[in-house]
Design a protein around this ligand. Structure first.
Ligand SMILES: CC(C)(COP(=O)(O)OP(=O)(O)OC[C@H]1O[C@@H](n2cnc3c(N)ncnc32)[C@H](O)[C@@H]1OP(=O)(O)O)[C@@H](O)C(=O)NCCC(=O)NCCS
Length: 163
């Protein structure tokens, strides 16, 4: 993968390009772990941790592609009647083009038996909180010192199934 911090002209062409969301494969793990390390620093997951997710029956790892290039990923657990959104990240050059929105929508569309999607977000991560709020998530709780340096806000959204 090109360095995630590398400047690019790609974002200027973005509105005309098609975003594809698909299941992650073993070959995607390196890109996923590199982006995860870039955005989550000391809270990043290892490549082994992401690889293990591919074999968990309740876990779904999806990637976003633009013109066959890796653009981001989302990881969610589907357990009983709830979805837990564990990680989501979009490459900086592709941010603010609705890639994150499409990744979350894909997770929600995948949730045939679940009624609720929930997540924890650092209370300092204002851009992510705005992102989730834009998607209809609302705050339902607070966990002090949940992360090494930050508190966590719990957010959730009810999933409405169309019959
Ligand atoms: C959070 C993240 C996944 C959003 O992905 P994205 O593809 O850029 O988001 P979208 O383009 O779908 O944004 C949808 C809406 O969310 C809001 N939003 C997204 N990023 C925002 C930001 N940096 N500042 C303010 N609002 C933001 C806006 O309302 C936006 O709509 P608009 O662009 O029409 O104003 C991305 O910023 C990211 O990877 N961040 C680093 C990792 C991270 O913090 N993950 C969440 C941890 S819990």
């Amino acid at each position: 993968m090109k360095s995630v911090s590398q400047n690019s002209k790609i974002s200027e062409r973005m509105p005309n390009n098609k975003i594809l969301i698909r299941k992650a494969q073993y070959e995607d793990i390196e890109n996923i772990a590199e982006l995860d390390a870039y955005v989550f620093y000391e809270n990043a997951w290892s490549t082994e941790s992401f690889t293990r997710e591919l074999d968990l029956h309740f876990s779904q790892l999806f990637v976003a592609e633009i013109d066959n290039k890796f653009a981001g990923f989302v990881l969610a657990w589907f357990i009983a009647d709830e979805v837990q959104l564990l990680r989501i990240a979009v490459l900086p050059i592709f941010q603010r083009y609705k890639v994150g929105t499409l990744l979350v929508q894909h997770v929600i569309n995948h949730a045939k038996k679940q009624n609720k999607i929930e997540l924890e977000v650092a209370d300092t991560n204002t851009s992510a909180i705005k992102f989730y709020t834009s998607l209809g998530f609302y705050s339902v709780g607070f966990r002090k010192n949940y992360y090494r340096f930050d508190n966590a806000i719990l957010m959730e959204k009810i999933i409405h199934h169309e019959n």
